[in-house]
Design a protein around this ligand. Structure first.
Ligand SMILES: [Zn+2]
Length: 164
């Protein structure tokens, strides 16, 4: 396989940036109003997990990264192409944004693990040994939001575009 499955990483309120698949929670307890809208937690995506170690152990790879429904009886299921990993932090470029979300750190390792990560609507890619923003080629640094080069992708609208 040469194609990397897409995973959408963003916040719960940016529903137009979500994928068409399952909506996994990156929070252990997202709040009762959100639970019905989320398929369950991805334990390795929770804050406090050593994402680098999980990457090194091969547990973030497509096929290995697992989610599980909210019920104690639910069985773990692999996170799949088109699924979303969601948190309740403000987006990177939002006026409410104050600090880097743990998902922005995780995104880096998901790219290395073989996912095509769409972070807040923008693709990240592995360029040689480093993770870069696909639309402008800039080095990816969690918490830094470079301007997209609108000339590189004609379908792009503003900062965001929908991945296909
Ligand atoms: Zn967050």
């Amino acid at each position: 396989m040469t194609t990397h499955p897409t995973i959408h990483v963003t916040n719960t309120s940016s529903s137009r940036l979500h994928g068409l698949g399952r909506r996994w929670s990156a929070l252990r307890s997202p709040g009762p109003h959100l639970v019905p809208h989320l398929d369950g937690p991805v334990r390795l995506a929770l804050a406090g997990v050593d994402h680098q170690l999980m990457y090194q152990e091969g547990r973030l790879q497509p096929g290995s990264l697992m989610g599980k429904g909210w019920s104690a009886w639910d069985k773990p299921r692999a996170v799949q192409r088109g699924d979303s990993l969601l948190c309740t932090c403000p987006r990177l470029n939002s006026p409410r944004w104050t600090r880097s979300c743990h998902l922005e750190l995780l995104a880096h390792w998901l790219v290395r693990a073989g996912w095509l990560v769409v972070l807040h609507g923008r693709e990240l890619q592995l360029t040689g040994e480093v993770v870069t923003w696909a639309d402008c080629g800039r080095l990816y640094r969690p918490g830094v939001w470079p301007a997209a080069e609108s000339t590189s992708k004609p379908e792009q609208v503003g900062l965001f575009r929908r991945s296909s």
